[in-house]
Structures are given as C-alpha cells and as structure tokens.
Design a protein around this ligand. Structure first.
Ligand SMILES: Cc1cc2nc3c(=O)[nH]c(=O)nc-3n(C[C@H](O)[C@H](O)[C@H](O)COP(=O)(O)O)c2cc1C
Length: 173
C-alpha cells in the first residue's frame, strides 16, 4: 500500500513526530511505502477559493507552490494519515492550509485508490480533541467515506502504550 502521512507539527523532536516515526517503522516492516510530508517545512498557501480548479483548471490548482508535491502523492495513495498537534482546539494552521487545498484534488471526488485514513493528535491537555475529531469524522469518514483505521491521541509526552497501538495498527494494514 502507498501511505501518505501529512505531519502538521513544526517540532522535529515532538510528540506528533514520534507517533509518525512509530507508524513508519512498523508500516515499512509490513512492506508498505510510507511518504511523509512535513507540511510546516513547506511553502503551502491557503486555498484562494477562486474555483479555477473546478473550471478552466480541470482539477489543477492555480497556485504552484509545494502543494504540488502533496498532489503528486495523493494521486495514487491508498491511505492518508493526518498527524497534528492541537492548537487552539483544532489541528495546526499549516495542516489546515494543506487540507483546504484538497479542494482541487479531493472535491467533488477523491482518487479511487484512497480508501483508508487515520489521525494522530498530540495536545497539552486531555479531552482536547473534539474540534479535530469533528472535521476528521465529517470530512474524511463521512464525506469521503474512508475507512477509519483509528484516531490515536496523546496528552503531554507521548506514552509507549500509544506508540505500541500505532505500531499494531500499522502492522495490521
Ligand atoms: C499555538 C499553540 C496552541 C496550542 N493550543 C492548545 C490547545 O488548545 N489545547 C491543548 O491541549 N494544547 C495546546 N497546545 C499544546 C500542544 O498541543 C502540545 O504541546 C502538543 O503536545 C504539541 O505537539 P508536538 O509535540 O507534536 O509539537 C498548543 C500549543 C501551541 C504552540
């Protein structure tokens, strides 16, 4: 399987990155191809709502920034993982900009290969996931109809038990 991970944390040694690393190790061991895009290190602008993609652009976004790399992966990915710290009750702004740009590639229809998804979230306090969960369930499970492979959360320093759950999920794919 081709798996695209969008990492929305700017912290190279942070909790989100540790969850992503655990996933990668286990998924690669199981024979999957894991592509990680650290969106905070990229130049990805917000959607302009110009509708070029749904008209003259025929599915192409008018903005030629680093989102082109993400579009390349999205075309033939089987699974999408959204990984982010919680900032003000939602995902990070950098990941939100990336998701908004899915408008050209995943709306009104998504690539046929894309069938599975999962979410990794890291927060300071527990029970801070409702905002991110709402959009994950509404947009990715509900609207796109992707199969939910789990929402994995850690409050504070990520525990080994959470990393182990992630490894198990990756090994089961
Ligand atoms: C701008 C900003 C906003 C934050 N907002 C919240 C919040 O609303 N709720 C919360 O529990 N933690 C909040 N945090 C804390 C982070 O979610 C937490 O430190 C998380 O573990 C960081 O993930 P990382 O280690 O993967 O970067 C915020 C941190 C930052 C920098």
């Amino acid at each position: 399987m081709n798996i695209l991970v969008l990492n929305g944390s700017p912290r190279p040694q942070g909790n989100t990155v540790k969850m992503v690393a655990a996933f990668r190790e286990s998924a690669e061991k199981a024979g999957h191809i894991v592509n990680i895009v650290n969106v905070c290190r990229k130049n990805i602008k917000g959607c302009l709502a110009c509708e070029y993609c749904h008209g003259k652009g025929q599915g192409q976004c008018v903005q030629k920034d680093d989102m082109q790399e993400v579009y390349g992966y999205l075309r033939d990915t089987d699974m999408l993982i959204l990984a982010s710290p919680i900032y003000y009750h939602g995902i990070s702004g950098q990941l939100k900009c990336t998701i908004d740009r899915f408008y050209s590639a995943l709306y009104p229809t998504a690539p046929v290969s894309l069938t599975k998804t999962a979410m990794f979230l890291s927060s300071g306090d527990p029970e801070m996931y409702e905002g991110a969960k709402f959009s994950y369930e509404g947009d990715f499970l509900g609207y796109l109809g992707l199969e939910n492979m789990g929402m994995f959360t850690c409050a504070g320093d990520v525990k080994e038990s959470v990393l182990e759950e992630i490894r198990k999920m990756a090994a089961s794919l």
